[in-house]
Design a protein around this ligand. Structure first.
Ligand code: ZN
Length: 151
């Protein structure tokens, strides 16, 4: 039996949370504060997901960080039953979804995420889900959504 503890960290060749490796590290710093954020291009105004350092629309590199809504709606979902990514084999089955975040006057943003505290059968398109930060247990953080409303 192979022990996969630590394997995902080993595969993180250029740690995205490290300021020496990437300008996206702010995304993870914000996650540690419980904030889901992304970048907005100051040149053309596009809201970018995932956060970027160069705008794919106009090639500008002048970005501001912006907070995203803490709740969204399920746009599509499925369940991971087999073939989970390395390090997640023991978590199956789990739900993954495209979640729609309403940005008001800006176009809605769709992000791909894991959704906790539900099953494929119990979740429906249009259901509300809530952002949650996740401590990866090895010093890193990431995010998921949950089907359980916050207290
Ligand atoms: Zn732009």
């Amino acid at each position: 039996m192979v022990d996969y503890e630590g394997v995902p960290f080993i595969l993180d060749f250029l740690p995205q949370e490290d300021p020496d490796q990437t300008r996206i590290h702010k995304f993870y710093e914000n996650l540690r504060e419980g904030r889901l954020t992304t970048t907005r291009c100051n040149a053309c105004g596009e809201v970018l997901w995932q956060p970027r350092v160069v705008c794919p629309h106009c090639n500008a590199d002048d970005m501001d960080w912006m907070d995203l809504p803490r709740e969204g709606t399920v746009y599509a979902h499925t369940a991971m039953l087999l073939g989970a990514p390395l390090g997640f084999e023991r978590d199956v089955p789990f739900v993954i979804a495209i979640v729609r975040l309403d940005l008001g006057k800006d176009a809605p943003l769709h992000l791909f995420t894991r959704v906790d505290d539900t099953t494929f059968e119990d979740l429906s398109i249009g259901d509300t889900v809530w952002f949650k930060e996740v401590d990866c247990g090895d010093g890193r953080v990431f995010f998921r959504f949950t089907a359980q409303a916050p207290d």
